[in-house]
Design a protein around this ligand. Structure first.
Ligand code: ZN
Length: 508
């Protein structure tokens, strides 16, 4: 008799249905698993055998053939333990349920029959629903995470025995209700706020524009000027994620195994890897093709503090993803594409000693040192940063005259308004913000008048800008106009946008 059980495998972030076929006969006792299993699936044989025995099921003296189809898809991980065990028990009629085909099963077994949580459960459940499966049985510890998938019945189980009783209608297990509303409600308020940053209006303005249009931003300033403090607060003014974004982001974190304990990512990610990070950790890959920091920052912010300290070759790999908003990871068994639509915020000192151009302290660097330091960042990478802003230490005298700083909430309100305009404008193009505009869309949406053109021409010669930099100015100008709710980009918008490219001339 042949039994079939559904499960799933993820390749990159895409799911593929796996059918586990079990054939049991009374020939010479033997276990065989076929269908390109990797070592973990071979180990699975020993786990399933022992777990079934310890749960009180008699499986001795049988020839058990297990096939994981389709054969050409490479399968990894221990998530097939549970479906294999269920398949064997159904085949031996310990389970009597003629609707097993409605379900998919995922879960790793302990030797005592307990079902252990797995990484990537939410991602797998999103994909199961897409494949057309409406019911899933998985480890109880993953049930809340999985329950946020709409119209998917999720049953969390703790051990094999309980699963068998549930499938035989001998024990009631209620489907896990979505806790999304509760999670949303309990999500605490941000403990960071821009009102804690005294002064620095010009930098806050630049950050507001960056947030409003999804632009990349570089801060240049001396140590102690507050660059990191301001960068860390950027997510407090970014618009809240919608449900689709929440799913997408949680899915990536779930694949990376970072969502244990039913964590659902509700806030835009803010990732700040250390400058010693490797290429693989930054863009993803390695033996298990895990998503890297750029994918973990998807829909959020990648903050690179002290940019010139990063290995130059490591930084260069950012160029592609910054343009494509995704990353392709090649492996022996195929290419994986992970999304990587993040906002890059970077910070750096103006020179090796940190005080070039500062009124605080005298810079002790030679012009050669400064040049060498600046050239650690390549022109093409710099070209992909729309906004550059200088951060100065503010004087104590000024601080004491400031009464009240604007809160993140107030800034966010303006950002949200500007984002709404963009969402509406670009809804048929599948993009969300001005930073994503293609050259052809720019022609349509970044029209400027003669006066603006003259201003741009002058800046172009004076600052010796590249074509890419020119386009970036137009996009930033578009965002400044959107913040004001204006349809046309005017001269002031362009002048301000040019100002955010002027550091090229001064520093690089
Ligand atoms: Zn210096």
């Amino acid at each position: 008799m042949l039994t079939k059980i559904n499960s799933i495998v993820l390749i990159g972030i895409e799911g593929f249905k796996i059918e586990i076929e079990i054939d049991i006969s009374n020939n010479l006792p033997k276990w065989e698993i076929v269908g390109l299993p990797d070592t973990s699936i071979k180990e699975s044989r020993e786990r399933v055998k022992t777990a079934l025995k310890n749960s009180g099921y008699e499986i001795r003296g049988k020839k058990i053939l297990i096939n994981l189809a389709p054969a050409e898809i490479k399968k990894e991980g221990a998530i097939f333990d549970l479906p294999i065990a269920i398949g064997i028990l159904a085949n031996l009629e310990y389970i009597k349920n003629n609707k097993l085909d409605d379900y998919a099963f995922l879960g790793e077994l302990s030797l005592d029959g307990k079902i252990n949580p797995i990484a990537g459960a939410l991602a797998m459940c999103i994909e199961l629903k897409k494949i057309g499966i409406n019911k899933v049985v998985l480890p109880k510890d993953n049930a809340i995470e999985a329950s946020i998938v709409k119209d998917l019945e999720v049953y969390g189980v703790e051990n094999i025995k309980e699963t068998v009783e549930f499938l035989n209608n001998e024990k009631e297990i209620l489907k896990t209700e979505s806790k999304l509303d509760e999670i949303l409600k309990n999500e605490g308020k941000n403990n960071l706020d821009y009102s804690e940053v005294r002064g620095q209006e010009n930098v806050k303005r630049a950050l507001e524009i960056a947030a409003a249009g999804g632009h990349n931003l570089l801060m240049i300033g001396s140590p102690g000027s507050g660059k990191t403090m301001m960068a860390r607060r950027i997510t407090t003014i970014l618009p809240d994620m919608n449900f689709e974004e929440t799913l997408e982001v949680t899915k990536i974190h779930s694949i990376a195994g970072m969502t244990n304990k039913n964590k659902i990512i509700l806030k835009r990610p803010f990732r700040s890897p250390h400058h010693t990070i490797s290429k693989v950790a930054l863009v993803g890959g390695g033996k298990t093709a895990k998503p890297g920091e750029i994918s973990l920052s998807h829909r959020g912010v990648l903050f690179l503090d002290e940019l010139p300290e990063f290995n130059k070759n490591t930084l260069e790999v950012l160029r592609g993803p910054l343009e494509d908003r995704s990353v392709l990871i090649s492996r022996a068994n195929g290419n994986y594409e992970y999304p990587a639509n993040f906002m890059l915020i970077a910070s750096m000192n103006p020179c090796p000693c940190g005080y070039y151009g500062s009124n605080e302290k005298q810079c002790t660097c030679s012009s050669k040192d400064i040049e060498k330091y600046m050239h650690k960042i390549s022109g093409p990478l710099l070209d992909r940063i729309d906004i550059q802003v200088e951060v100065n230490c503010i004087e104590y005298k000024r601080i004491s005259t400031i009464n009240k700083e604007e809160t993140s909430e107030e800034i966010k309100r303006r950002v949200n308004k500007a984002r709404k305009i963009q969402e509406e404008r670009y809804k048929k193009y599948n993009i969300f913000s001005n930073s994503e505009l293609s050259p052809s869309l720019m022609e349509k949406y970044c029209q400027v008048d003669e006066e603006c053109k003259k201003l741009l021409e002058k800046a172009f010669t004076r600052l010796n800008l590249s074509t890419r930099a020119y386009n970036r100015i137009l996009k930033v100008g578009r965002t400044i106009a959107d913040l004001e709710g204006r349809e046309n980009i005017n001269k002031n918008d362009i002048a301000e946008a040019i100002q955010y490219r002027s550091l090229d001339k001064k520093y690089f």
